[in-house]
Design a protein around this ligand. Structure first.
Ligand code: G
Ligand code: G
Ligand code: MN
Length: 574
């Protein structure tokens, strides 16, 4: 074959690895790791710098951090995939990023996801594999461009796209599904290639057997099969068939290995309703396959509302960056009232954001999204800086207030950066740390108990107090109450809502109040909306209450007016 001589080989090429990480010491350590490997190593501290190097140098493999300011590692490898599809990207990330990284993996932009801290030998081996992948891609690209474009994956995608686009031309609705074999990459390491191939073949056959005649299967990616079903009698029937197929796939997986369970999931859509081209359908099915959307549901249908949600999410994510630099966020204060005196004992700082076109965006929404794409670092810094500044100003004018609470999210507690930040800001604004209360949610603490507890102790040692937020919605384990440096427990609104309706809830809260008294923990009730709830809480000996009954979160000037007009009236003892 004449063209074989043209296949690019690695004989004369210097293997070049680019490492991107915003932390200088990590870059240095990684560089040391590869000192003995036969590689040229280049480094960059952010995505833009990385991209500039790639434009100027012949880079084959990129090892990128995930969480970086401005452009995250996820966006960086996505851009890279777009502009330089041959370059192989590896993501090196902390454990806490897992759910966000799955998105990047599912989008196919990154070749592998490796975790920090890394093992030197293993990392060198992974990078070696990535270079092999690079040369394989070059080879496949060569074949795709040549007459014999039958290399696995590419060829299948092309045929799938042609099949779908031709059917769309017929104007008759049909179904497109994707069968996602979740753990196939993982299985590679545990079972032989032959076993795996047999499994994949069996999956193909099961699809054909369980779905209506004329169904075609295309293995467009290593772990995904696109399925086209031209004749569907009813949606109900298709759904039943897909559920049966899923069950069958679960059984097939047990034949591969006794030790590992290969999960699979199925997403489906109807053309042309859910997409007018093969590419559009594939992209929409990807949204369904997103772990946050598909969850543990084995079979899920695409719904255009998912697309709108995704668009809104993308718009929010895009807008957050500007909102920080343009100071679009503001801080509101919601009083926490002492149930013995009616005095405002504290307040919770809550973020508010009104965007030009998106309207009011809830912090629950934008904080969650900023955690996924790494912008929480910048957003959290903005919040802490402005929070400390405003608190310093407030307590100077109203020294009788005991504390002001700031919410801190899981990601912000992932490393000790937050400690340095507070140390610096307390000094800068000359604020006594005992005025600050840190609210963390119960689920955030449970996510990474060991690490979070370390950081919480350090915050406590700085002189701040610690509150557990939304208590009663998560694990509600009392075991950790004595292990963590907890000063305050905030009972979630769901418990308070039930205080009248349910005797058991009443007794539960009453015993929690007692227990906390014994442990020296203060109790704050959240979401208190009525006088009678207030009365019950007082009766039990609950320390303070926060909620619409007293006040909503208000701007600083309004909060200061509340401070001047206190105490709040409390229900008379009955
Ligand atoms: O009113 P409300 O919509 O403010 O808040 C919704 C959720 O967003 C609450 O769970 C609240 O704790 C959270 N939230 C509000 N402000 C902040 C903040 O500054 N940081 C963090 N991490 N969460 C916040
Ligand atoms: O941090 P946390 O999840 O506790 O945030 C408090 C949230 O509860 C904010 O969204 C705030 O606006 C809201 N909130 C505070 N008090 C009340 C209340 O009395 N009723 C209701 N429905 N929501 C409240
Ligand atoms: Mn809170």
């Amino acid at each position: 074959m004449q063209h074989v001589a043209c296949i690019p080989t690695n004989e004369n090429q210097t293997r070049t690895l680019l490492i991107v990480d915003d932390e200088k010491n990590v870059l240095q350590a990684l560089k040391r790791t590869f000192r003995k490997a036969d590689l040229r190593v280049l480094t960059a501290q952010n995505a833009r710098e990385g991209m500039n190097i790639i434009e100027a140098e012949d880079v084959q493999v990129v090892l990128s951090d995930f969480r970086m300011p401005n452009v995250s590692g996820g966006d960086f490898v996505r851009d890279l995939k777009h502009q330089h599809p041959d370059i192989v990207s590896l993501i090196l990330s902390g454990y806490a990023d897992f759910s966000a990284v799955t998105d990047v993996m599912n989008s196919g932009s990154a070749f592998k996801f490796l975790s920090k801290p890394w093992d030197n030998q293993q990392l060198i081996a992974e990078v070696d594999t990535a270079f092999v992948e690079y040369y394989t891609r070059r080879e496949q690209q060569f074949y795709l461009n040549s007459e014999e474009a039958d290399t696995f994956g590419y060829r299948e995608s092309i045929v799938f796209e042609r099949t779908v686009d031709a059917l769309i031309g017929n104007q008759v609705p049909f179904a497109v599904s994707v069968v996602h074999l979740h753990d196939l990459h993982f299985a590679l390491a545990h079972v032989s290639d032959r076993m795996l191939q047999a499994y994949v073949n069996a999956v193909s056959q099961a699809i054909i057997a369980k779905l209506p005649a004329e169904t075609e299967v295309f293995r467009t990616e290593f772990d995904k099969m696109m399925v086209v079903t031209p004749r569907v009698s009813s949606e109900n029937e298709l759904q039943t068939e897909l559920f049966a197929l899923h069950q069958c796939l679960t059984q097939l997986s047990t034949r591969v290995s006794d030790d590992i369970q290969l999960r699979s999931s199925i997403a489906y859509a109807f053309a042309p309703h859910d997409g007018r081209t093969a590419r559009e359908l594939m992209l929409n099915l990807r949204i369904v396959m997103n772990p946050e959307v598909q969850g543990s549901q084995p079979v899920k249908k695409f719904d255009p509302a998912m697309l709108n949600r995704k668009r809104r999410e993308l718009n929010i994510q895009r807008a957050i960056g500007h909102a920080i630099t343009d100071n679009e966020f503001s801080l509101y204060f919601q009083p926490k009232v002492d149930l013995a005196s009616g005095q405002i004992q504290s307040a919770e700082v809550l973020m508010r954001w009104q965007h030009k076109t998106l309207g009011w965006v809830s912090p629950a929404e934008f904080i969650n999204l900023s955690e996924l794409d790494g912008q929480i670092e910048a957003l959290g810094s903005w919040l802490i800086e402005n929070g400390v500044r405003q608190i310093a100003q407030l307590v100077r004018r109203h020294p009788n207030i005991e504390t002001i609470a700031l919410n801190v999210s899981a990601r912000q507690l992932a490393n000790r950066h937050i400690i340095d930040q507070f140390t610096h800001l307390l000094d800068k604004y000359d604020l006594d740390p005992s005025y600050i209360e840190i609210e963390v949610t119960e689920s955030c603490v449970m996510e990474d108990m060991v690490n979070t507890s370390k950081i919480l102790w350090q915050l406590k040692l700085l002189g701040m107090s610690i509150a557990i937020d939304d208590f009663g919605t998560g694990y509600s384990s009392f075991a950790y109450l004595s292990k963590l440096p907890i000063d305050i427990l905030k009972l979630d609104k769901v418990l308070i809502d039930d205080i009248h309706a349910c005797n058991d809830t009443y007794r539960l809260i009453a015993s929690m109040v007692k227990l906390c008294r014994n442990l020296g923990i203060r109790i704050v009730a959240e979401g208190v909306e009525s006088e009678s709830q207030c009365h019950k809480l007082r009766e039990m000996g609950c320390d303070s209450a926060q909620g619409f009954h007293f006040a909503r979160a208000v701007r600083q000037d309004e909060f200061e007016r509340l401070l001047l007009n206190q105490p709040f009236a409390l229900p008379k003892a009955q």
